[in-house]
Design a protein around this ligand. Sequence first.
Ligand code: DC
Length: 219
Amino acid sequence: MGYNVAIDGPAGAGKSTIARMVAEEKGFVYVDTGAMYRGLAVYFLDRGIGPEETERMEKACEAADVTIRYEDGAQQVYLNGENITGRLREEAVGNMASRCAAVPAVREKLLELQRRLAKEQDVIMDGRDIGTCVLPDADVKVFLTASVRTRAERRYKELKEKGENVNLAEIEEDIRERDERDSTREIAPLKKAEDAVLVDSSRMTIQEVVRTIAALCRK
Ligand code: DC
């Protein structure tokens, strides 16, 4: 069994940035489970499946093979043999991922892959249900959050730097909607595990958050 660190929290809390940095410091493998949902979302979008068509998603996901490979230490997502990592951050993909993540067959499909990765190696895995459902016996559990405003501002800055034409109020609304959808779905909702340490990064620097989480890891 590998040493397992679970990081859960809402969209935009900084999970992936922080997890990647802690992984590097500690020599763990960073597993981004959101990218797996995004991988399946690409599959559904390419087949013209709409966000409400859950039955079609259930059927279609049988033929979708999502695999993860590590190339130069970075996680790459393959969909039926094709590397689709470059498409994962598109806005439409994120929205579809949030929809398909509420479909039980989709979650089941990815759960096995996630558990296998954690069994074989020391991992820091981020997502929404890692501490509550995927790795309930993780050695360290963190619930990383930040206020909606802070998360919207971070996202706004990130997109602006990429030269995109964005609107802060719209981003804030989008984050609110996604939080609502991720936290109220019936299956594996976003929720702090009872034994998770709560870290609110609203007023912390990235380095402070990394230091706080790295200090919890006894390996
Ligand atoms: O972290 P992210 O934005 O890349 O995740 C994309 C979507 O996938 C998000 O809306 C919620 C869902 N997700 C999930 O339900 N469970 C996980 N373990 C990871 C992500």
